[in-house]
Unconditional design. Sequence first.
Length: 214
Amino acid sequence: MLKNWMVALVTMLGLCFALNTQAVEIDKTQPYTMMKQVSEQTFARLKAEQTKIHQDPNYLKQIVEEELMPYVNSKYAALKLLGTNLKGAKREEVSEFIDAFHQYLISSYAQVLTQYSDQSVKFGPEPKIDDQERITSIKVDIIDTPRPNIKLEFKLRKDKSGDWEAFDMIAEGVSLLSSKQSEWSSKLRQDGILSVAKELESLAAQPIRFESKS
């Protein structure tokens, strides 16, 4: 399951229809178009900077932070992950957890991007969004022949300014955010928010490595 998420995420972030090597202004008020443009722009940069990436794999963290994280609401995701653990929590510990989770996502996405090969993506139909809606989802199919296609659903949330940002991904019917919540819930209850934040900081600090193909 985790490997499927990894392949799915790298494909979504790295592939789309025609490639565009020039940066474009991305309209965050249009979630469907936004996700297509972000994928195009990210893949164009990855393709153009392969030499630098292979010389210094940690450079992928910078690419992720600059190209992807402006369209990810890591704070909202972190607070949802904490859930009931927010009750009575110290503000400074919650703040450290949010920051640590943000850095963890950057590192995780950067590691995912080392797995890019030649997958392709097919977007589902553009969802009809009512002006009052705050949550929407965009469906895509990952084409990874000869393996079976992977069906994904990206969840996005609209903030008060009208901008949309991604906060979760559902792969094979399982929410990535919910799975992490289950994985860390016991440790959050037993050891506290700060302990998990420190663990996330340690994970985020791990160097990015290309896996051996042998």
